[in-house]
Design a protein around this ligand. Structure first.
Ligand code: FAD
Length: 321
């Protein structure tokens, strides 16, 4: 049976995040021949609608309100429910981002539906779709099939290939007026920490450092390598706890979960809590002085050596290309 699917497009700094396009590709798989409707929520987001359509949405519905300029679960919850009640979809897709992780359980509770979170792969299509998601900190995978009720799932960034952008595709972008009221809080301003470089959760390449970098300055060669590869910097909790870098870089069970195409772990022992955040990366390269380090168990390529010798060599080689 074909399904109408609504997909929340996520906007940051006035631009759509990649996970929005990945979510549309996932929606296409479960919709059968049904309609895929993009949803945009914000202060002035309508103009981004055509981009969602170019990535495969059939049409887009936007909810705009000054109180929606910045995310609150209350405000976005009301806005999303206004679209939901108008569209009456059979399926809903969010990105498994900080926003999606916060909002999806709230919406699921309102709809009294189940929620399959953190989907990394979808097997089959339409009613036969089976959702694959990591469990036990990535040590196993669960396959979930939804037999009844709304199909509601979140997709982990960087796992589902978006459709190719088709600049010639166009569709309808309409607005729903939502009476956003009685908000317990309204975010007036967001002060972001200045970070240089690429957003880690969407990076294709991550160069991560652990306690082995020995100090904040030990991250410098890692930054140079990451820049050369167009990637982002990450870290183990060991490095964060030692004050070598900011906690916003922490990857793992209590940090960010990432799945880049290439993960380079330098001076990281590979504790289970760290592996929980990166072991699903497509290619893992580990650099460690200790040949017995646990990180080598998940690495596709292991380099036993001093990171302060190996990384400059990698930089030199890449510069030759
Ligand atoms: P270490 O274990 O000290 O490893 C440093 C490594 O660097 C060693 O393997 C060493 O051989 C190597 N090395 C040293 N010098 C060099 C050199 N010059 N060249 C190459 N290699 C070198 N950790 C996380 O990362 N993320 C989490 O989210 C997280 N959550 C946690 C949650 C809980 C509840 C708990 C209890 C722990 C958590 N941890 C987490 C901590 C985790 O258990 C480890 O302590 C931490 O990951 C270790 O960091 P590390 O690998 O950088 O340090």
């Amino acid at each position: 049976m074909s399904k109408k699917v609504i997909v929340l497009g996520e906007v940051r700094d006035g631009a759509l995040r990649n996970v929005s396009f990945e979510a549309i590709a996932a929606a296409k798989k479960v919709s059968g021949d049904g309609e895929v409707v993009g949803v945009l929520i914000g202060d002035s987001v309508q103009d981004l609608g055509q981009e969602l359509i170019q990535y495969g949405a059939d049409r887009v519905v936007a909810v705009e309100h000054p109180h929606l300029k910045h995310y609150t679960s209350d405000g976005y919850g009301q806005a999303f429910m206004a679209v939901h009640d108008q569209e009456e979809p059979e399926a809903i897709v969010f990105g498994h981002t900080a926003l999606g992780k916060d909002l999806s359980p709230k919406i699921a509770a309102k709809l009294q539906s189940g929620l399959v979170s953190d989907v990394t792969e979808i097997e089959g299509e339409g009613d036969d779709a089976v959702f694959i998601r990591p469990i036990y900190s990535g040590k196993a995978f669960e396959k979930v099939k939804i037999n009844e009720g709304p199909v509601f799932f979140t997709v982990r960034p960087n796992n589902i290939e978006p459709l190719e952008q088709d600049a010639g595709r166009s569709g309808d972008v309409s607005t729903v007026s939502a009476d956003i009221q009685n908000l317990r809080s309204v975010v007036k301003d967001v002060v972001t920490k200045a970070t240089d470089g690429v957003d880690m959760s969407e990076a294709k390449v991550i160069v991560a450092g652990g306690r082995g970098v020995k100090g904040p300055e030990g991250f410098e060669p890692l930054k140079e390598l990451a820049d050369l590869l167009g990637g982002a910097i990450g870290a183990s909790r060991g490095a964060c706890d030692a004050d070598y870098c900011d906690y916003s870089l922490q990857i793992g069970q209590t940090g960010k979960v990432v799945t880049p195409d290439l993960y380079i772990a330098a001076g990281i022992s590979g504790a289970i809590q760290h592996l929980a955040g990166m072991s699903n990366s497509k290619v893992i390269v580990a650099i460690n002085k200790d040949p017995e380090a646990n990180i080598f168990k998940v690495a596709d390529y292991g380099i036993v050596g001093d990171l302060f010798e190996v990384i400059p060599m990698m930089i030199e080689e890449i510069k030759q290309l």
